[in-house]
Design a binder for this molecule. Structure first.
Ligand SMILES: Nc1nc2c(c(=O)[nH]1)N[C@H]1C(S)=C(S)[C@@H](COP(=O)(O)OP(=O)(O)OC[C@H]3O[C@@H](n4cnc5c(N)ncnc54)[C@H](O)[C@@H]3O)O[C@H]1N2
Ligand code: MOO
Length: 399
């Protein structure tokens, strides 16, 4: 009855071979946060697009300050946004604000703090090198220069430069929309009263939040009891708005395993045992006309979360058009001895300190959600290792 288990790496490879990068879509800048750029963005103009002042002060000719204090006639003001401007000639200055265009004839800006602040005539007490406090046209970007390459994840600074080069719309790989369905007759929405044998449903909150943090849009589609037909109905209804589906529960060896019972006959979803702890029972495949990827994760809360980090997150990165592979990991040194099952790669919940010391938390059961919530990392223990003494150098996946 027990088939050989698949390795974690093989299971991830299958998943990454199957999932497709989402098609590019033109979106408004307001919708672009968290998407991935699908075009190279260039600037139509130099940035800054004109020489402008970096300080509030006076635009002058450096040669007029050969001796200081110097007195210059003030011709007027130039504020930011000013169009045609006054010209500065010998013995004159123009009061200028930060961001305002440097007037013709001026080659230097003197901060107001170095002057008496005069508006008709100004006394300047300090010299400055020619070009002082002037931000030159094109010193950030030249006209036609690429400012963001294809494949850039769009965060706050990237949105800034997109707006800064005048873009209103942009071609991106969108955030994957991921529907999360929880299965189990015992599950009750948090906030509702519990009856005997029931527990508050938590996986959909964890998984939808994990989707969000992985750059997708997570939607909780509620709880389906242990009826395969109802599960298929719910899945059908949700497929309309999904780029991927995550289910939790109903995939192991019990008498009521709705996800497995509903999806196995389709022939496009494979259920298998992966050589890991937690998260051994795993289902993955595609469903519906559009071959939407579906991740059927085990119901135990820690198992579903660890499965997400190892398998679903990399898949979402690929869908977003980003580099995808096993989770990022660092090295750590254990502060306590560890045990791990033979033949399965284990992912022990742990606290990783800034010094690289890593301590497994108390409570390594697949149901021990509070222990998971106290951890900030997973220690990955290889398949063939069953015991490690304190002080061992280990692979650690920050959460
Ligand atoms: N005879 C065997 N039994 C089990 C095996 C096995 O190989 N042989 N595998 C065990 C392992 S390992 C896991 S993991 C679980 C996976 O079971 P299912 O995916 O079928 O999940 P359920 O039975 O539905 O639930 C398991 C556990 O998790 C709780 N749960 C489920 N969904 C939620 C949720 N949304 N929020 C909070 N808690 C949830 C559920 O109440 C159960 O306690 O199977 C083992 N058994
Ligand atoms: O492998 Mo199951 O995922 O612990 O507890």
């Amino acid at each position: 009855m027990n088939h050989p288990m698949r390795t974690v790496d093989d299971h991830l490879s299958d998943i990454l071979r199957t999932v497709r990068t989402l098609a590019p879509l033109e979106v408004d800048l307001d919708q672009a946060l968290g998407t991935t750029l699908a075009e190279e963005v260039t600037s139509p103009v130099p940035l800054p697009s004109f020489d402008n002042s970096a300080m509030d002060g006076y635009a002058v000719r450096a040669e007029d300050l050969a001796t200081v204090p110097a007195k210059l006639q003030v011709l007027g003001d130039i504020a930011a946004g000013a169009g045609r401007t006054l010209a500065v000639g010998p013995g004159t200055a123009v009061r200028i604000m930060t961001g305002a265009p440097v007037p013709p004839g001026a080659d230097t800006v003197i901060p107001v703090e170095w002057t008496d602040g005069g508006t008709v005539e100004v006394r300047i007490d300090r010299q400055a090198p020619e070009g002082n406090a002037i931000r030159r046209a094109g010193e950030d970007v030249s006209a036609g220069q690429a400012v963001l390459p294809v494949g850039t994840p769009i965060g706050p600074a990237q949105l800034g430069i997109l707006a800064g080069v005048g873009r209103r719309r942009v071609l991106v790989r969108p955030r994957p929309r991921v529907v999360v369905i929880s299965t189990g007759a015992e599950l009750v929405e948090p906030g509702a009263p519990l009856e005997a044998g029931q527990l508050w449903e938590s996986n959909s909150y964890t998984l939808a939040a994990a989707v969000q943090q992985a750059g997708g849009e997570g939607y909780r589609a509620g709880i389906v009891a242990d009826d395969p037909a109802r599960f298929l109905d719910q899945l059908d209804a949700q497929l309309l708005r999904a780029d991927a589906v995550i289910t939790s529960g109903g995939v192991s060896m019990g008498a009521y395993e709705p996800v497995k019972e509903a999806l196995s006959p389709l022939g496009t979803v494979r259920f298998e045992r992966v050589a890991m702890q937690p998260g051994m029972p795993q289902g993955f495949g595609v469903v519906g006309q559009d071959q939407i990827p579906i991740f059927a994760l085990p119901g135990n809360p820690v198992s579903s979360f660890v499965s997400f980090m190892l398998f679903v997150r990399p898949a979402l990165l690929k869908m977003r058009g980003l580099a995808a592979g096993p989770p990022y990991s660092v090295r750590g040194v254990t502060t306590a001895p560890l045990r791990s099952p033979q033949g399965r790669r284990s992912y022990l919940r742990a606290v990783l300190g800034h010094d690289g010391a890593v301590t497994p938390v108390r409570g390594q059961g697949s149901h021990q959600l509070a222990a998971l919530a106290s951890a900030n990392a997973l220690i990955a223990v290889p398949e063939d290792v069953t015991e490690l003494p304190e002080g061992s150098n280990v692979e650690v996946i920050p959460l």
